[in-house]
Design a protein around this ligand. Structure first.
Ligand SMILES: Cc1ncc(CN)c(N)n1
Length: 223
């Protein structure tokens, strides 16, 4: 069994709940209040700044020029394509780039990015990938799921663009590349090593769920 098949089985209960989360279904059926989406977009923008750094770290830890180049490509995609989607959404609400960039990360957002950056700093390339994989994989799954469950969601005048991006072939092929890389890198690894990777993967999968919950509830610092 490929390691990512094992991860897919392990994460299934978390993804089931994610697909049913009211923030996610609200994007799908178009009922999510715009204020909630604005809160998400701002939090996600600062999340993506740290997330992009993981790909930069991937280039440093890569064991071949090919892998290094691919990480650099995803870094570029994130900064220029994925984050551009957020900048365009922000523009619709007259939110400036400066305001977007200066968004203060909520406790959950901060805990999530610190966890990934710490795993990436102190761990192997496999640890870095396992920690960031849910970001790409779960979004791709959500994009495909929404497109399938809500047939007109792709053409929704507001949320359609978001769904098209995360269900796209391009996003899917980057995710598949990362999955294949992790399968290659984990071949022959001991059960002890695999368990550490699985633990990173499940922890950040839980953080992904908590991120939806955080923006839905409008989490703020208490003091
Ligand atoms: C929180 C979060 N996780 C993942 C993604 C997809 N890159 C995202 N935009 N935001």
């Amino acid at each position: 069994m490929k390691f990512t098949d094992r991860l897919f089985e392990a994460v299934h209960p978390i993804w089931e709940q994610t697909h049913m989360h009211p923030f996610v279904t609200g994007i799908g059926d178009g009922t999510l209040p715009k204020e909630s989406f604005i809160c998400y977009m701002k939090q996600d923008y600062v999340f993506l700044i740290d997330y992009a750094k993981l790909f930069a770290m991937g280039t440093v830890k890569a064991k071949s020029l090919e892998t290094m180049t691919a990480f650099a490509g995803i870094l570029h995609e994130t900064l220029h394509h994925e984050m551009e989607l957020h900048r365009q959404y922000a523009e619709r609400f007259q939110i400036t780039r400066e305001e977007l960039e200066n968004t203060k990360a909520t406790p959950t957002n901060l805990a999530y990015t610190r966890y990934m950056l710490s795993a990436a700093h102190s761990g192997s390339l496999e640890e870095l990938i396992s920690a960031l994989l849910p970001c790409m994989w779960s979004y791709w799954e959500i994009g495909k799921h929404l497109k399938h469950r809500y047939p007109n969601s792709e053409i929704h005048p507001f949320y359609g663009e978001w769904i098209r991006m995360y269900s796209s072939e391009e996003f899917g092929s980057l995710t598949k590349w990362l999955l294949d890389l992790l399968d290659d890198l984990t071949e022959g690894k001991s059960e002890r090593e695999l368990r550490i990777l699985e633990d990173h993967f499940l922890t950040t999968s839980r953080f992904e769920y908590m991120f939806w919950d955080m923006v839905y509830a409008g989490e703020e610092w208490k003091v």
